[in-house]
Design a binder for this molecule. Structure first.
Ligand SMILES: NC(=O)C1=CN([C@@H]2O[C@H](COP(=O)(O)OP(=O)(O)OC[C@H]3O[C@@H](n4cnc5c(N)ncnc54)[C@H](O)[C@@H]3O)[C@@H](O)[C@H]2O)C=CC1
Ligand SMILES: CC(C)CC(=O)C(=O)O
Ligand SMILES: [Mg+2]
Length: 373
């Protein structure tokens, strides 16, 4: 029996709506398998800024640190650019959690499920066999660069005598590359033993170093095939021949963009889960943060239209990676599979002949399927 502690940060927009359904799945797992999770809720994003003056307060951060895992919804909702009056932006909560917990490996599985082929804009004959996992570097790169002029700041817009200019810095150390590439090769050993490393080595120095490190690490994994692919080619290959990929490892920004693209192989960004992991161990596995790949989706927030599957599958990843509950994780995944096989769909993945349901009903169907076993 697990009595693990889970911090839940629902966040903004559709975050609370989809996280609620992920929590229902976890409660069903407790009932069916006799676990008793201690669940603590904290504020994050816009509500945290309004109530506590920061996108995530120190107290909430400490609560996360005392947990076995963090279940996260989504944050965001302000126009692009700096926070209002130079204040905090909700996204800073994520950057703090990722950086300070050193979550360097962001796992994003992408699998096309046969009953849902018709929900994807890609033709079914291209989707057959699509089952890959992205290992996105999450704690460095452009999102965390280092300006020579302002250490600790990744970017700035500055006024000069020549006019206004903006700078972002893309910095990777060998160690930052090596640890995420090692994680990718280790994952590949447990899958189809193929790593595709994605970079822009024809242009970027950071990518040249990335390739060198991949070559070095590959020597320690002789059973794993590897290839290098330029990011623009990868964007094309993901649509042309998605089944060719097994494990894809790439830097932070490329991974962010490519996984939104890859989500369309499943029909919707609302389908994709993620796990962010570092090296800190907890009783059942690795301390981690689990969130759907999508953002706060302000355009559909509050309408019971958001697809909760990415959030529910993130809860499954939490059970697997942080709590060591493989059987329970597989049961949640199977329940999702069964509900979509029966033809229940949220509007984003609707096809003719299917029954359109809202966020809550989809969560309820997954829960019932889990409880029925
Ligand atoms: N991890 C996080 O918390 C993330 C936060 N964001 C933030 O979210 C805000 C909105 O960003 P967008 O560019 O609009 O990206 P988004 O991922 O929120 O939405 C993109 C499109 O996908 C749809 N969509 C997203 N999730 C869905 C779901 N569960 N079911 C059905 N449809 C869904 C939305 O309706 C929208 O049309 C921004 O403030 C951004 O910074 C963006 C990505 C990740
Ligand atoms: C706030 C964003 C940078 C987060 C995002 O788009 C992501 O992690 O996928
Ligand atoms: Mg993203």
């Amino acid at each position: 029996m697990s009595d693990a502690t889970i911090t839940v940060l629902q966040g903004d927009g559709v975050g609370p709506e989809v996280t609620e359904q992920a929590l229902r799945a976890l409660r069903a797992v407790e009932d069916v398998y006799g676990h008793s999770f201690a669940v603590h809720q904290g504020l994050v994003g816009l509500d945290a800024i309004a109530a506590e003056g920061a996108a995530i307060s120190d107290a909430t951060f400490e609560m996360c640190a005392r947990s076995d895992a963090v279940l996260f919804g989504a944050v965001g909702g302000l126009p692009a650019g700096g926070g209002p009056d130079g204040g905090p932006r909700p996204e800073q909560a994520l950057f703090r959690l990722r950086k300070e917990f050193d979550f360097f490996a962001n796992l994003r599985p992408v699998r096309s499920s046969e009953p849902m082929y018709g929900a994807s804009p890609v033709k079914p004959e291209y989707l057959k066999g699509t089952d890959m996992i992205f290992v996105r570097e999450l704690s460095a790169g452009l999102y965390y660069g280092r300006l020579e002029s302002v250490p600790g700041k990744p970017s700035e817009i500055r006024r000069t005598g020549r006019g206004t200019e903006a700078v972002d810095t893309l910095l990777y150390t060998e160690q930052e590359i090596e640890r995420v590439v090692r994680a990718a090769f280790e994952i590949a050993e447990r899958r189809d033993r193929k790593v595709t490393s994605v970079d822009k080595a024809n242009v970027l120095s950071s990518s040249v170093l990335w390739r060198e490190v991949v070559e070095q690490v590959s020597h320690d994994h002789p059973a794993v095939d590897h290839e290098h692919m330029l990011v623009d080619t990868c964007a094309m290959e993901l649509i042309r021949d998605p089944a060719r990929f097994d494990v894809v490892v790439t830097e932070n920004l490329f991974g962010d963009i490519l996984t939104d693209e890859a989500s369309m192989l499943t029909g919707s960004i609302g389908m994709l889960p993620s796990a962010s992991l570092g090296t800190r161990r907890v009783e059942g596995g690795l301390f981690g943060l689990y969130e759907p790949v999508h953002g706060s989706a302000p355009d559909i927030a509050g309408q019971d239209r958001a697809n909760p599957v990415g959030a529910v599958l993130s809860a499954a990843l939490l059970l697997r990676h942080s709590l060591g509950l493989e059987r329970e994780a597989a049961a949640v995944e199977a329940a999702v599979e069964e509900v979509v096989r029966l033809g229940y769909r949220t509007a984003d993945v609707h096809e003719s002949g299917c029954t359109v349901v809202g966020t809550r009903e989809m969560g309820g169907l997954i829960r019932e399927t889990l409880v029925r076993g």
